[in-house]
Write a protein that binds this ligand. Structure first.
Ligand code: GUN
Length: 288
């Protein structure tokens, strides 16, 4: 048996298409949805990721733009940039691309964002709302993982879900969302002893460790849904996830590819959050 591929590229396209009427409705009221991305330093991978986000903006009629700030900038000057974007009523979404150069505190920077413009969902207010089960902006990678599972019709309620990785971008928010959906959730990480003992019991396995080849077929329960959040470069320059695709595809029921799984969904969820931000800020019915 070979796992069904969960095609994040195709689902991401459908998510973008579904935003069209919402963007058109705002446009009828004279509002162009606007996203600004701050990049600090010239991390090449960040440039590629931001490029994908801005192309998605362009494809669906969002005014997307990035602002590159030098790595030598002071935190105060970044705060000032964010403050200007916070005050600019034409800007609906603001994102600070991670990772930041060494020495910058991402928490402190996220806290400068106006929470209603924080389309990454990283401000403490938005993470707090997520914990309360009344999220305004769900962090995009985590939202993409859940959307892929839902679209495939994977049952979450009462299922054993194992999340590997505890980052604030992926592992922690995915674990919260799966808990909210009545899965029984175990969070594993780099200090977990006997990882396979947990993964073999997982009906749903979300792998966000950042280690190529961490999970092979022998560690997967037959029929499980396996979501590979990893993004790693091999020595030969190829993009691979954390899961050994060949052996896991022979055991799992569902599997996301890398590339073409969670990555495009992250971008699509960012677009959805950005449209939501514009609706929250501009449409009276959304006052909360
Ligand atoms: N770097 C990797 N993933 C993300 C993300 O979801 N948001 C931001 N801002 N930076 C990232």
């Amino acid at each position: 048996m070979s796992a069904r591929t969960l095609d994040g590229k195709a689902l991401g396209q459908r998510v973008l298409q579904a935003l069209a009427p919402r963007i058109a409705r705002l446009s009828q009221q004279g509002i162009t949805v606007k996203l600004r991305v701050l990049r600090v330093g010239d991390d090449p991978a960040s440039k590629v990721y931001v490029g994908a986000k801005l192309r998605a903006c362009q494809a669906i009629g969002i005014d997307g733009g990035d602002i590159e700030l030098p790595a030598q900038i002071t935190p105060g000057a970044i705060f000032e940039q964010i403050s200007m974007l916070n005050r600019d009523r034409s800007v609906h979404g603001i994102l600070v691309q991670l990772p930041l150069p060494r020495g910058f505190d991402p928490h402190l920077i996220a806290m400068q964002l106006e929470p209603t413009k924080d389309v990454d969902g990283f401000h403490a207010v938005n993470l707090g709302r997520l914990l309360q089960g009344r999220a305004r902006f769900i962090p995009c990678t985590a939202a993409g993982v859940i959307r892929l599972l839902d679209d495939a019709g994977v049952e979450l309620r009462g299922q054993n879900a194992v999340v590997i990785g505890r980052s604030e971008i992926a592992g922690k928010p995915v674990a919260l969302l799966l808990t909210e959906r009545d899965a029984t959730v175990t969070v594993c990480h780099s200090k977990t002893r006997d990882l396979a003992a947990y993964t073999r019991n997982a009906d749903v396995l979300v792998v966000a460790a950042g280690r190529a080849g961490l999970i092979d077929g022998s560690m997967v329960k037959p029929g499980a849904a396996v979501i590979d959040v990893g993004v790693n470069r091999t020595d030969a320059g190829a993009l691979v996830g954390d899961v050994d695709q060949v052996s896991v595809a022979m055991r799992a029921g569902f599997l996301t590819p890398v590339p073409g799984g969670v990555g495009p969904m992250t971008v699509a969820m960012l677009m959805e959050n950005t449209v939501r931000a514009a609706e929250l800020q501009c449409l009276d019915e959304n006052v909360q």
